[in-house]
Design a protein around this ligand. Structure first.
Ligand SMILES: Nc1nc2c(ncn2[C@@H]2O[C@H](COP(=O)(O)OP(=O)(O)O)[C@@H](O)[C@H]2O)c(=O)[nH]1
Ligand SMILES: [Mg+2]
Length: 476
């Protein structure tokens, strides 16, 4: 003990070496049965229905005919980071793996895909290793795709990442492989949070990149290792970024096989204690306590509980896959609302500008006056007075100072000029999409049939307790 107090660093090194040895041993141990993964996720039976493809096509049409024209006319993409590309409309649901380093993110992906010990497996190790964002996605054959290639391809949902620069693209890597699960979701492995590390050391805007992925993730697995819970500044920032995405977050207390039940309960309590101030939601997020790696459970661990938790998590994932169109429609509608507000705001700026512009005034000065103090001209207030505009959706004034700094008013026409005999007015079209077409598309999905039962007899699942695990995230 004295030895450890005097040489605390040595203690850490020693601990690392011993975990590593334990992990090495583990790879030679018996592997777990994985058949329940395929069964719970219905990987062998579920195929996209014609209704699904038709609805996706309709969504694309709506985007192109009524949202994109307004986006282009008012240069929405230059305002914020929320632009939508074609690739994003057709993209699969994205599951984001976040958390400190060495909590088992990469191991979990290997386990879910069953690629442990194959050439495709993601690297795992006890030391902080992964400094890359790895996008694991479906492809006809197994291959690696460079970040630069992924960003250059407009049909991929990752092309907007180009704006984070070369420094980031060098740390972005895609892995394609033919896989039933990847036909339904895309998995994203992230570099672990390393507390006490300065942001600039990463060589790219870490927070912005994280935000980009968080905004788009359909499910966020926030993972922890119960043997080293450190909730520090970087994690606190992450929670701030996840505001508004609480319903996507699932917390995973991984490697639970490393602890005795009583210790696990203590850690569970400690985790909530340290996270409660960071989470701003009325309902606590769902926590899964289990061990997501390929090795068989140790003989003295709570196997039943862990399997039950794992099946619950898989059902949760399956629900997200099944609800993907609903989520996508909601995402596109939210986007349409923002585009509409942006167009209304630009129109209001232009309207005020033309109103104030006298014969002898300097146009530049007049516009500058409006942009620097829009409140004097009731610009934002007048937009809020419109129907369907929430103050939470309004961008801030500063954003428009930047926006008009690069886009002078002469580059825009007023909304009333964006009308044609054949296709109507842009603003009316987007309003119809928000209040009629997208809600109608959403309710048409509710009438879809449930997928047909399995034809082939699936492999028997591992022994489970009598009662089906309850999952309150699941809509029955
Ligand atoms: N006991 C145990 N060890 C695990 C588990 N999952 C991962 N590990 C080990 O933890 C270490 C870190 O895993 P890794 O997947 O590389 O973590 P990442 O940095 O979060 O991607 C590796 O040595 C894994 O073998 C688990 O469920 N139980
Ligand atoms: Mg990793």
């Amino acid at each position: 003990m004295l030895f450890l107090t005097i040489y605390p660093k040595l203690h850490v090194v020693f601990a690392l070496v011993s975990t590593h040895m334990a992990d090495e041993d583990a790879t030679t141990t018996k592997l777990r049965d994985r058949s329940h993964i395929d069964n719970t996720l219905r990987l062998t039976t579920a195929e996209p229905t014609p209704e699904f493809s038709a609805a996706l096509k309709k969504l694309q049409n709506i985007y192109h005919s009524a949202i994109k024209p307004l986006e282009t006319a008012y240069k929405y993409n230059e305002l914020r980071t929320h632009e939508v590309t074609d690739g994003e409309i057709t993209s699969k649901p994205m599951v984001l793996f976040l958390g400190p380093w060495s909590v088992g993110k990469s191991s979990m992906i290997n386990y879910l895909l069953g690629i442990h010990d194959t050439p495709q497996q993601l690297y795992t190790g006890a030391e902080p290793t992964t400094s890359e964002y790895t996008v694991v996605m479906h492809g006809e054959k197994s291959r690696t795709v460079e970040g630069i290639v992924m960003a250059a391809d407009n049909s991929r949902s990752f092309s907007p990442l180009e704006k984070f620069g070369q420094g980031f693209l060098e740390r972005l890597v895609g892995i394609e492989m033919p896989h039933k699960l990847l036909e339904r979701v895309t998995l994203v492995d992230t570099p672990g949070i390393i507390e006490n590390r300065k942001q600039q050391e990463r060589g790219y805007p870490y927070s912005e990149v994280c935000q980009w992925f968080i905004d788009r993730a359909d499910l966020i697995f926030l993972m922890f290792d119960p043997t080293k819970l450190d909730v520090g500044g970087e994690l606190a920032t992450l929670f701030k970024q996840m505001k508004g995405r609480e319903s996507q977050i699932r917390i995973i207390l991984n490697k639970a096989d490393n602890l005795a039940t009583q210790d696990l309960m203590r850690v569970y309590g400690a985790l909530f204690w340290s996270m409660a101030p960071l989470i701003n939601a009325t309902e606590p997020p769902r926590v899964y306590v289990s061990s997501f790696w390929p090795s068989e459970y140790a003989a003295d661990t709570n196997r039943q509980l862990f399997i039950q938790e794992e099946v619950s998590l898989l059902e949760d994932l399956n629900q997200v896959i099944e609800n993907q169109l609903e989520n996508k429609i909601a995402f596109i509608r939210q986007h349409a609302i923002r585009v509409r507000i942006h167009a209304l705001l630009v129109d209001r700026y232009l309207h005020t500008y033309h109103e104030k512009l006298g014969w002898f005034s300097d146009p530049h000065e007049v516009f500058e006056d409006i942009v620097s103090d829009p409140d004097k001209f009731y610009i934002f207030k007048s937009i809020l007075a419109k129907t369907n505009v929430s103050k939470f959706d309004l961008p801030d004034k500063e954003a428009y100072q930047d926006f008009f700094g690069i886009n002078p008013p002469s580059g825009f026409k007023q909304l009333s000029s964006h009308c044609s005999w054949t296709s109507g007015c842009l603003i009316d079209n987007i309003e119809k999409v928000i209040s009629v077409e997208l809600p109608a598309l959403l309710s048409s999905l509710g009438k879809k049939e449930t997928p047909p039962p399995a034809k082939a007899t699936p492999a028997p699942p591992p022994p489970l307790p009598e009662t089906k695990p309850k999952n309150r995230w699941r809509k029955d």
